[in-house]
Write a protein that binds this ligand. Structure first.
Ligand SMILES: [Zn+2]
Ligand SMILES: [Zn+2]
Length: 93
């Protein structure tokens, strides 16, 4: 999982880059509290998924189930978000 920082909502979760849809739109998603930002700079108030299925606030698909996935390096390159990466962290999902 490639991440861009630590979540300032919960103070502990890593902010991973998540691809939520087939059309490869990127989100920044906290793996702990599910705070979402639509930009890698994480400015402004976060969004949160719809409940009970944790659906993406933009496209309405479940953010924790395929086709949603943590972005690969190639996908991050295509988003042009590479400059925001702080590192990568092994994650099963
Ligand atoms: Zn968080
Ligand atoms: Zn989405």
């Amino acid at each position: 999982m490639y991440f861009v920082g630590t979540c300032r909502c919960c103070g502990q979760g890593l902010l991973g880059i998540r691809i939520c849809c087939e059309d490869e739109i990127g989100l920044v998603l906290c793996e702990e509290c599910e705070a979402i930002w639509l930009e890698p700079t994480c400015t402004g108030e976060p969004l949160f998924p719809g409940q009970p299925d944790s659906t993406c606030p933009r496209c309405g698909r479940p953010i924790w189930h395929p086709p949603a996935h943590w972005a690969s390096q190639d996908e991050i390159d295509r988003l042009d978000w590479t400059e925001y990466l702080l590192g990568d962290w092994e994650n099963e999902s």
